[in-house]
Design a protein around this ligand. Structure first.
Ligand SMILES: [Cu+2]
Length: 604
């Protein structure tokens, strides 16, 4: 139990330089002006009635400067600090010249206040204020962000902490928000357009060329190019476009997180980025994971973890030496990093490690994990698979004929030693076969034991989903009465993303329906070569990860060519968004509505 009195120091009080104060009585954000400077977060707001105002401003970090959307004048916007059991009114004023919204990510509340335009409410018109009144039913680390268009990319996000009503099972002396995001001066609609025009490869400056240093043979290069894919196609948008931020601070801003040696420091890590998975580590300092997606877990000590977009992890570190450490948030494709310094005194610095070599996709990421074991039925043991991953060299040996990703017949007829890239007979009947689907996973094994791309061969401990167990047993004892399979589908070249081959706009009147309090086992099958962080609003689901006390999450990474399964009790009535949290995937159509029927409706 927590017995040490906590002292709260939010990072904004400790930032070395960079803060710009308001000079006029009426701050720029309140006027919605374009001209004002955006401060780097994070302020704190709390109480029973909380005001948040959305406006525009100019943001700068390192050598980059451009327009941003700020809330209460900062990027990220303020920490919304709540207490379990309190009643709160969140008043959101839109000072933009376009509609806006705020979704409270991971917060349980009536669906009308969930903040998704077109699903749970109409959106907030320019100049209007929308109020979300609700009772706070939970505790933990969460965040909020715009659910309108691509506003989230521009800075419209911030953290939420809900303090528990009783004692906190996590003991700590000091805490910091560590909110990861990206800044780019490029307008998000320009990014979307370029992705559409040029496919996922536009921003991939790590594309293999004859003169790069990637450990690929000429034969392997030819093989990848025949498939019109790239072994280095890891993230759609990279550091050539983005500066990675921690609490709004780019690497050049020297964010410091101070502590006294010996203290237990809780880092509430939130991936509030639009498109970036990060590898997190503090060289020389082990991290103890105590919470995932705001839910307490049995503590796990580790040296590194990969955090998907929209996930959160709370970790406790205990630096004892009188020296500084570098918190490193390396983008999964290793094109750049966000950094902060953990130090006992201001001005101290630790070495910032160099970017590691970019990871390379393998057969497993193409949904062909099973083939080298001769078990195309998906019975492959994932732990075996992780270590026996087939290299591109192995693939090159298969000497595949030229593949046309858009020509369905051509592809479907292609047989690679009994294995097909797009065998649509593997799909359930409700998956639409069309140009929005360029790959079908052969085996789609569960890869919950996989630590994430590029982290399966590092020489220290790395967290994986199988290590997560709920700290306390859940109340739900029923086994699922229904099984459901949902396919994550895409066409990388056309930048089309969808569930079950159907882009969202085509199925808006055909939601996924659950009966009230129904217990369902949902298997997500990833028929693409990208990892997708899939988020369900309004609920926590349990990862089916082999633990007796299955951990609760609001977002699950489904690895490329793999599956992930969760158990859900659909006990929150209403219409909820269900989508990939990669912003440009969601915007391209990887989005659905989940409707949970009312218990009253069922009786009538
Ligand atoms: Cu996605």
């Amino acid at each position: 139990m927590l017995s040490i009195p906590r002292r709260r120091f939010l990072s904004s009080a400790l930032i070395a330089g960079g803060a710009v104060g308001f000079s006029s009585a009426m701050p720029a954000w309140a006027r919605g002006a374009m001209s004002g400077s955006v401060r780097k977060g994070i302020d704190e707001v709390s109480g029973s009635s909380i005001d948040l105002a959305i406006g525009r401003g100019q943001f700068s970090t390192g050598g980059r400067s451009g327009g941003a959307i700020a809330v209460n004048g900062t990027v990220p916007g303020p920490l919304v600090r709540l207490r379990e059991g309190q009643d709160v009114r969140l008043n959101v004023t839109n000072n933009l010249d376009e509609d806006s919204s705020i979704h409270w990510h991971g917060i349980l509340l009536p669906f009308q206040f969930d903040g998704v335009p077109g699903v749970s409410f109409p959106g907030i018109k320019p100049g209007e204020t929308f109020t979300a009144p609700f009772k706070v039913r939970q505790s933990g680390t969460y965040w909020w962000h715009s659910h309108s268009g691509l506003q989230e990319q521009a800075g419209h996000y911030g953290p939420i902490i809900v303090d528990p009503a009783g004692a906190d099972p996590v003991a700590f002396d000091r805490e910091y928000i560590v909110l990861l995001s990206e800044f780019t001066p490029m307008h998000p609609h320009v990014i979307m357009k370029k992705l559409k025009q040029q496919g996922g490869g536009y921003f991939n400056y790590q594309q293999g060329t004859a003169t790069d240093d990637y450990p690929l043979s000429g034969k392997e290069r030819r093989m990848w190019s025949k498939m019109r894919m790239m072994a280095t196609d890891i993230l759609d948008v990279t550091a050539s476009t983005y500066t990675y931020l921690i609490n709004g601070h780019g690497p050049a801003d020297n964010l410091e997180l101070l502590y006294n040696p010996g203290e237990r420091v809780r880092l509430r890590i939130i991936n509030g980025s639009a498109m970036t998975f990060f590898n997190l580590r503090i060289p020389g300092l082990p991290m103890t994971v105590v919470q995932a997606d705001g839910q307490n877990v049995v503590p796990v000590e580790t040296d590194e973890l990969q955090i998907g977009v929209a996930e959160t992890y709370d970790v406790v570190v205990q630096p004892t030496a009188d020296k500084a450490f570098t918190f490193v948030a390396e983008s999964m494709d290793r094109s750049g990093m966000g950094v902060a310094t953990l130090a006992p005194r201001a001005g101290m610095r630790a070495e910032v490690p160099a970017l590691r070599d970019p990871p390379i996709l393998t057969m497993a990421d193409m949904g062909m994990a099973g083939m080298d074991h001769g078990s195309p039925d998906g019975a492959t043991d994932h732990s075996q698979m992780d270590h026996s991953k087939m290299s591109a060299e192995d693939m090159a040996k298969m000497d595949m004929p030229s593949m046309d990703v858009n020509g369905g017949d051509n592809m479907a007829g292609m047989d690679m030693s009994g294995m097909k890239m797009r065998d649509t007979s593997m799909l359930p009947p409700d998956v639409k076969v069309g140009p929005g689907l360029d790959m079908v996973s052969m085996a789609a094994p569960d890869r919950m034991g996989y630590p994430g791309l590029g982290l399966d061969n590092v020489e220290h401990r790395v967290l994986n989903y199988q290590q997560l167990a709920a700290l306390t047993p859940g109340k739900e004892k029923r086994t699922a009465s229904r099984k459901m399979e949902i396919h994550l589908t895409g066409n990388m070249e056309r930048y089309m993303w969808s569930f079950d081959g159907k882009k969202f706009s085509a199925v808006s009147d055909d939601p996924i329906r659950f009966a009230y309090n129904e217990r369902v086992r949902v298997k997500l099958v990833n028929d693409t070569m990208m990892a997708h962080p899939i988020h369900l609003h309004g609920h926590f689901f349990e990862l089916v990860n082999g633990q007796d006390n299955q951990p609760l999450k609001h977002t699950v990474i489904v690895q490329p060519g793999s599956s992930a399964t969760f158990d859900l009790t659909a006990d929150e009535v209403g219409d909820w968004a269900f989508h990939c949290h990669l912003l440009y995937h969601m915007h391209s159509g990887m989005f659905q509505i989940v409707t949970v029927a009312s218990p009253l409706g069922a009786q009538s």
